[in-house]
Design a protein around this ligand. Structure first.
Ligand SMILES: [Zn+2]
Length: 282
């Protein structure tokens, strides 16, 4: 993979070439937090630093290689009362992730995979215990043959432009004062473009045009892959649904809400693309 360096740095695989070694990276996850070295930057510990926390190496999940280093994921059940030494637990909203996007995406992969493993122990068809497949990332029921693959749930997130303004909305589940762009899960059998139109119309009652793809980002919530779009306002008055969205407004660069999405989110990058957050004081 050496010729891919700088092009695709993380290469997903499901089976390592050899046994785990002390230098391999361990993405240890527990209750929404990841174990890192105590440092000003994000540094993922290697196996020899956290071997003592891993009760059974059979429970390690191989993720692939990142810049030539093998990466493993492990779910730690109980993290309280552990002597971590030079390591610490951090959450997904820690600002240090902003400068470690690629590492963040591997962390999201680890979290999705471990959640998938935890929530798919038994066959959904016959209730038998699944077994891990050896030839692909999947589980198979030894009784009825049902296959279970890790799931990704696509969600759209869209910034709406109107002249020099962007539509900012407060969702009832947001922390106080936070405004962001519109987002929602794609329905079965729905195109991304229709999902964009539907979510906007459902939540704020307006129509849009010139929908264009912007960027994507794996996200921590419910195995989602956020697919970012930018659209232009076409018609209608803002009318919030009152359930998901409780307030929405058009904002220009000088009058943005005080609390904006975290910089690591697709939402922040969409807002930045439309109004240029990098240049304004928020
Ligand atoms: Zn079955």
């Amino acid at each position: 993979m050496n010729d891919l360096e700088g092009y695709i740095d993380f290469w997903p695989e499901f089976e390592p070439d050899c046994e785990i070694t002390g230098a391999d990276l361990c993405f240890i996850y527990s209750a929404g937090q990841i174990l890192v070295r105590k440092s000003e930057q994000i540094e993922i510990p290697c196996y020899k630093e956290c071997e003592v926390l891993i009760q059974d190496s059979k429970d390690l999940w191989y993720l692939g290689t990142w810049c030539g280093k093998a990466c493993f994921a492990y779910a730690l059940e109980k993290k309280e009362e552990l002597d971590l030494g030079s390591l610490e637990w951090i959450g997904f909203r820690d600002s240090r992730w902003n400068d470690a996007i690629e590492c963040y995406q591997i962390v999201v992969k680890a979290q999705h995979l471990l959640n998938w493993d935890r929530s798919t122990k038994y066959c959904g068809c016959c209730g038998n215990l699944y077994q891990r497949k050896v030839d692909e990332r999947a589980k198979k029921c030894p009784n009825c043959g049902h296959l279970q693959f890790p799931r990704i749930s696509p969600a759209i997130i869209v910034g709406i432009k109107k002249d020099n303004q962007i539509l900012m909305a407060h969702n009832s589940s947001f922390r106080e004062g936070l405004y962001s762009v519109i987002a929602g899960f794609v329905e079965q059998g729905e195109t991304l473009e229709t999902a964009v139109k539907r979510e906007i119309y459902e939540e704020v009652g307006i129509k849009v045009k010139n929908i264009r793809y912007f960027q994507s980002r794996p996200w921590t919530s419910i195995d989602s892959l956020m697919l970012g779009f930018i659209a232009e306002y076409e018609s209608g008055e803002i009318k919030v649904d009152g359930k998901e969205i409780v307030d929405a407004m058009w904002c220009d660069k000088e009058h943005m809400p005080k609390v904006l999405p975290d910089r690591i989110s697709t939402a922040w990058h969409i807002i930045n693309e439309i109004i240029g957050l990098d240049e304004c004081e928020v």
